[in-house]
Design a protein around this ligand. Structure first.
Ligand code: DX5
Ligand code: ZN
Length: 218
């Protein structure tokens, strides 16, 4: 299914109000809920771990994808699967054994995705595509919401879509997605758009219509 899906990143939500924020974005039409797990080591920021993700899960009715920006990864996969992730994505840069990591995710019975940073070439994921339900192309350096879209990642997205060929693999884009940048990546072959600041800006759980309008603008 290559229809375009919007996955708001709750990194830009009110951290004191996650349950209500998740319910609000879903009520306003979010297709997926994107959860950014950061460890203060692989990326220079720290967010939340598996117990928090499990608490988010109880509010998610759609599909929860958990973007692990952590290193090492493998010993935490079971905990995120048990927390209720529908999909777990792991960075190709997070360790020497991405193939093993993806196998471990699949072994938990959840969908698996591989992530590339802006500085990592498309070829880095070529050998693991058959283990993937999704490739996540980062269009900012991971760690923070609200950064500027890196345009060189558009051609890389196109290259990965060609590499995928007729296989049923999503391409998700994460970082700097706005009404201006979204068409560029969709044209290049992306079908799942993560958006943090562009969805949450100007709205709140008391004024959730803004979230809906922001999503429709993307
Ligand atoms: C960045 C995270 C993103 C982030 C995107 O490391 O992976 O999911 O929340 O935020 P925006 O859409 O504001 O660039
Ligand atoms: Zn993310």
């Amino acid at each position: 299914d290559r229809s375009i899906k919007i996955a708001p990143s709750i990194l830009s939500a009110d951290f004191a109000n996650f349950g209500a924020e998740i319910r609000a974005i879903e009520a306003q039409g979010a297709d997926w809920v994107h959860v950014d797990v950061m460890d203060g080591h692989f990326v220079p920021n720290l967010t939340f771990g598996a117990p928090a993700v499990k608490a988010f899960r109880s509010h998610v009715k759609t599909f929860m994808d958990v973007h692990l920006m952590i290193s090492p990864v493998d010993q935490y996969i079971e905990a995120y699967a048990e927390a209720g992730a529908d999909m777990i994505t792991a960075h190709v840069e997070a360790g020497p054994h991405i193939h093993r990591t993806l196998q471990a995710i699949k072994a938990q019975g959840v969908k698996a995705g591989v992530v590339l940073n802006p500085g990592t070439p498309a070829e880095a994921v070529e050998s693991v595509l058959d283990l993937c339900d999704m490739v996540l192309v980062m269009t900012v350096n991971p760690g923070f919401g609200g950064q500027k879209f890196i345009h060189s990642c558009v051609d890389k997205t196109r290259k990965i879509r060609q590499m995928i060929g007729d296989r049923e693999i999503h391409i998700q884009i994460d970082g700097g997605i706005t009404p201006e940048t979204a068409p560029l990546v969709v044209e290049a072959g992306a079908d799942v758009l993560v958006a943090g600041s562009a969805v949450f800006k100007g709205g709140s759980v008391d004024n959730p219509d803004v979230y809906g309008a922001n999503m429709r603008a993307i």
